[in-house]
Ligand binder design. Structure first.
Ligand code: BG6
Length: 482
C-alpha cells in the first residue's frame, strides 16, 4: 500500500506521556511518603544512569533533607503547575495523557491501613482537569516508584505479601477513578525488574544471597499482581482496559552467519518473555530452560499459572526508543546503550548524545513483531528524542526533534498499512522532565521547554518549542500532515 493510502484509524489516541516521579515534585507534600527513586542523586551522561545504591547509602539519603540533590524530589513541580501544563497539552490537541499515580502518594508506606486522602484528591483534580479538555487519562499504576518502606521492610517485590499491598492500592484506584479512567497499565517496563532490580522492584542487593533468583521471584509476584488486577477489572469494572507495558528491546543479528542469527533468536526470545506471560498467559520454554541451567527455583504457588493463563491483558503497550545489534562473538564489538540495555553498535544508524541509536524503521519492525506474536491491540506508550536543547528568544528551534518524531510516525503508519492494530501513540516526556536514568534536566524530550537546570535552578516557566506547533498540526490532521 502506498503511504498516501494509509490512514491512522479514526479515534487514534494522540498524546504524550510522563511519570509522577519525573514531574510531580512536592515529594513530601500532601501526605506523600518517600518513594524508592527519591533517594537517587543526579548522575550524568558520561557516568550513565544510577539504578541502585548500597544499603547504607539508601538509608543515609532517605534521611537527607536536601531536596535539590535528589532531582526526582523536585521534578518540574507538576504538582503545583498541573492546570497550566494540561492547558498546554489541550492547546496541542492531546486526545490522551499517559501519566502514573505515585503509589507513595496514596499509601505513603505501602502497607498503611488506610489510603492518604490528600493524594486521592490530587489525582481527582488532575483527572477532572483532563476531562475539562476531553483528554483521556491513561494511568500507569506503578512507574518505578514503589514506597521506599516496602523496599526496606520487605525487600520489595521479593516478598509475596507485597502482592496484597499492591492489590489494596489497585482496589483504591479503581474505586476512586475507574469511572473516569478507561485505560490502565499495571507496571511500567516490567522487564526492569530483571535488568535493574532495585529500580524495578525495590530489591536491595545486600538483603539477598542471589539477586538473580530474587529478581525472577519478584517478577513472578508482579505478574501475579497484574493478573489479579486484570481479574478484578474484568469482574467488577467491565468498562476498563488493562494493558501490560514492556520495553521493546529490538535487536538485529550483526550478520547472516547462522551463529549470529541463533544468538539473535535466543536474545529475542528472552526479551519477549515478559509480554509472553502477560499477553499470552504462559512462561515460555526459554525461561524454564534458563532457570534449569542456572539452578534457579522460583516459588510458584498452586493456581498461579492458571491465574496468569486466564487473565491476560487487553492490550500490549510498549516503549520504543532505539535498537541494538547482537552477535555470537559480541565481546570484542563496540557497545552502546539503548534504554535499559547495552548492546552492539549499528553502523547504519545515528545516535543521540546519550548513545541511543535512532531507528524509526525499527518501530515498524517492532509493531509487526509484537502484533504477530500476541494478536492484541498495541499502544506505543513511549517514544521520543532525549537531547540537548538551546533555549533562545523564548523558544527552542527543535527541528531535529520534529524529524525524529516524523520518521517514527511514518514508520508507525506503515505498520498500520501492514495490518497491525495500534490504537495510540504517547510521545515520551511531552514536557521537559527529569531523566529517568540519570536524573538530568538537560536530557530534554519535551514539546514544552521548562526553565530548570541540572542543579534545580530556574524559574520553572514553561515555553512551547517549535515541535509544539508541529505536533498540534499532526494531531489536528489525524496524522495526515507529518
Ligand atoms: C523509559 C522510562 O525507560 O525511558 C521512562 O519508562 C524514562 O521513565 C524513559 O524517562 C527515557 O529514559 P531517560 O533516562 O532518557 O529519561
Amino acid at each position: 500500500m502506498g503511504d498516501k493510502e494509509i490512514k491512522f484509524p479514526d479515534g487514534f489516541l494522540w498524546g504524550g506521556a510522563f511519570a509522577a516521579n519525573q514531574v510531580e515534585g512536592a515529594y513530601l507534600e500532601g501526605g506523600k511518603g518517600l518513594s524508592e527513586v527519591d533517594i537517587f542523586p543526579k548522575s550524568d551522561r558520561v557516568k550513565g544512569g544510577i539504578f541502585s545504591l548500597p544499603y547504607g547509602e539508601i538509608i543515609e539519603n532517605a534521611q537527607d533533607k536536601d531536596d535539590k540533590k535528589y532531582p526526582k524530589r523536585r521534578g518540574i513541580d507538576f504538582y503545583h503547575h498541573y492546570k497550566e501544563d494540561i492547558a498546554l497539552f489541550a492547546e496541542m490537541g492531546f486526545k490522551v495523557l499517559r501519566f502514573s499515580i505515585s503509589w507513595s502518594r496514596i499509601f505513603p508506606n505501602g502497607d498503611d491501613a488506610k489510603p492518604n486522602k490528600e493524594g486521592i484528591i490530587f489525582y481527582h483534580n488532575v483527572i477532572n482537569e483532563l476531562k475539562k479538555y476531553h483528554i483521556e487519562p491513561l494511568v500507569t499504576m506503578s512507574h518505578f516508584e514503589m514506597p521506599l518502606q516496602l523496599a526496606l521492610k520487605y525487600n520489595g517485590w521479593t516478598d509475596r505479601r507485597v502482592i496484597g499491598f499492591f492489590m489494596k492500592y489497585a482496589e483504591t484506584l479503581f474505586k476512586e477513578f475507574a469511572a473516569d479512567v478507561r485505560y490502565w497499565i499495571t507496571f511500567n517496563e516490567i522487564d526492569a525488574t530483571i535488568h535493574i532490580p532495585f529500580y524495578g522492584a525495590g530489591i536491595i542487593a545486600e538483603k539477598t544471597s542471589n539477586v538473580e533468583l530474587a529478581s525472577y521471584q519478584a517478577l513472578h509476584h508482579q505478574f501475579v499482581a497484574s493478573a489479579l488486577v486484570k481479574k478484578l477489572a474484568h469482574e467488577q469494572y467491565p468498562g476498563i482496559s488493562i494493558g501490560c507495558m514492556v520495553t521493546k528491546n529490538l535487536k538485529y543479528p550483526s550478520t547472516c552467519k547462522p551463529d549470529d542469527c541463533m544468538q539473535w533468536l535466543k536474545e529475542t526470545e528472552e526479551d519477549s518473555f515478559y509480554a509472553d506471560v502477560m499477553a499470552a498467559g504462559y512462561y515460555p520454554y526459554s525461561v524454564w530452560q534458563i532457570w534449569k541451567n542456572k539452578g534457579i527455583t522460583v516459588e510458584i504457588e498452586p493456581g498461579d499459572l492458571e491465574l496468569l493463563k486466564n487473565n491476560t491483558v487487553d492490550y500490549v503497550a510498549f516503549s520504543y526508543y532505539a535498537s541494538l545489534v547482537t552477535s555470537a562473538d559480541g565481546a570484542s564489538k563496540e557497545k552502546t546503550s539503548a534504554n535499559l540495555l547495552v548492546g552492539e553498535k549499528n553502523p547504519y544508524l545515528k545516535q543521540t548524545p546519550w548513545g541511543w541509536q535512532i531507528d524509526p524503521e525499527g518501530l515498524r519492525f517492532s509493531l509487526n513483531q509484537l502484533y504477530d506474536r500476541y494478536r492484541k491491540p498495541l499502544f506505543v506508550a513511549e517514544n521520543g528524542l532525549g537531547t540537548f536543547d538551546v533555549f533562545q528568544n523564548g523558544t527552542v528551534e527543535d527541528d531535529y526533534r520534529i524529524d525524529y518524531i516524523r520518521d517514527h510516525l511514518k514508520a508507525l503508519k506503515q505498520a498500520i498499512g501492514d495490518g497491525v492494530d495500534v490504537f495510540g501513540y504517547t510521545y515520551w516526556g511531552c514536557i521537559d522532565c527529569i531523566s529517568g536514568s540519570t536524573g538530568e534536566m538537560s536530557k530534554r524530550y519535551g514539546f514544552i521547554y521548562v526553565d530548570q537546570d541540572d542543579e534545580g535552578n530556574g524559574s520553572l516557566k514553561r515555553y512551547p518549542k517549535k515541535s509544539f506547533y508541529w505536533y498540534k498540526k499532526v494531531i489536528a490532521s489525524n496524522g495526515e500532515v507529518l
